[in-house]
Design a protein around this ligand. Structure first.
Ligand SMILES: Nc1nc2c(ncn2[C@@H]2O[C@H](COP(=O)(O)OP(=O)(O)O)[C@@H](O)[C@H]2O)c(=O)[nH]1
Ligand SMILES: [Mg+2]
Length: 226
C-alpha cells in the first residue's frame, strides 16, 4: 500500500536531494512548490518527486494543495528542509495503518544543539502544554512530521492557509474525537536557511497565525456542553 508524503517547499534546493533520496519504499513524495525562486521544482522532479505547484502563498496553502493532490488512504506530511529523516516516516504512518491512532505526530528529539533554537523549543513547549490542557491529548510537540487518513483530514475542513495549519489540524482532530498520539523522531539541523523560527518575521507571523487559530477553532463538543 502506497503512502503519499506532502512536502511543503519554499526554496529548499539544498535540502531536497537528501530528503528525496531517503524516501522509503512505498512512500511517494509530493513536493508542493510554493513560489520558490530557486531550483526547488526542477530538483524535486529530478529526484523523482511529483511536483505540485501552489501559487497561493502560505505554508498551509502548500500543505493543503498536497493533501488535495494525494490519492493514498494514509497521507504523511513533513518539512522539506532536511530537519527530519524520511526514513522515520513509518514511525508516524504505521500506528495509523495499524489503527492505533488517527493522527500521529512525530515528537522531535533534537540530535544536536543546532537543530532546535532555544526560543523555538520553548515556544513549542508552551504551545504543547496549552494543547494538552485544551484537548486532553498527551502531546509534547506540535511537530511537522505527521500521518493521518486522507478522508478524515479532508473532513476536518481546515481553513488556515498560513502557519496555523498544523495547529488547526490538531485542534479540529481533537474536537472530532480523534485519537492523537506521538512517536519520537530525530530532529536535525536543517539544510539552508530557516524561514520561520530562524527569523524574527517568520516567528512573529507563526505566533500571530497560531493565536488566531487558537481563538477561532471551537473546543471539544464535550467541553462546550459541559
Ligand atoms: N509554502 C510555504 N512553505 C514555507 C514557508 N515558510 C517556510 N516554508 C516551508 O516550511 C518548512 C518549515 O520551514 P523552516 O524554514 O524550516 O522553519 P523552521 O523549521 O521554523 O526553521 C520548510 O519545508 C519550508 O520550505 C512559506 O511561507 N510558505
Ligand atoms: Mg525547519
Amino acid at each position: 500500500m502506497k503512502i503519499d508524503v506532502v512536502l511543503p517547499c519554499l526554496n529548499e534546493e539544498t535540502a531536497l536531494p537528501w530528503v528525496l533520496e531517503r524516501m522509503p519504499r512505498g512512500y511517494r513524495p509530493i513536493v508542493v512548490d510554493n513560489g520558490s525562486t530557486d531550483r526547488s521544482a526542477e530538483i524535486a522532479a529530478e529526484f523523482g518527486a511529483w511536483v505540485v505547484t501552489e501559487p497561493r502563498p502560505g505554508f498551509g496553502a502548500a500543505c493543503h494543495a498536497g493533501l488535495l493532490a494525494a490519492t493514498s488512504e494514509i497521507v504523511c506530511f513533513m518539512d522539506a528542509d532536511a530537519s527530519l529523516d524520511p526514513r522515520q516516516l513509518p514511525s508516524v504512518a504505521e500506528p495509523v495503518r495499524e489503527d492505533r491512532g488517527d493522527l500521529v505526530l512525530g515528537r522531535r528529539v533534537p540530535r544536536s544543539a543546532a537543530a532546535w533554537p532555544v526560543h523555538a523549543r520553548a515556544g513549542n513547549a508552551v504551545l504543547a502544554a496549552s494543547l494538552r490542557r485544551r484537548t486532553g491529548a498527551r502531546l509534547y510537540d506540535l511537530g511537522p512530521m505527521r500521518a493521518a487518513r486522507r478522508a478524515g483530514l479532508l473532513g476536518l475542513n481546515l481553513t488556515d492557509r498560513r502557519f496555523g495549519y498544523p495547529l488547526e489540524m490538531v485542534l479540529r482532530a481533537a474536537a472530532a474525537g480523534w485519537r492523537i498520539t506521538e512517536a519520537r523522531v530525530d530532529y536535525l539541523p536543517r539544510a539552508g536557511r530557516s524561514k520561520v523560527t530562524g527569523t524574527v518575521r517568520g516567528t512573529l507571523r507563526a505566533i500571530g497565525d497560531m493565536r488566531r487559530v487558537m481563538g477561532n477553532v471551537p473546543g471539544k463538543a464535550l467541553e462546550k456542553t459541559a
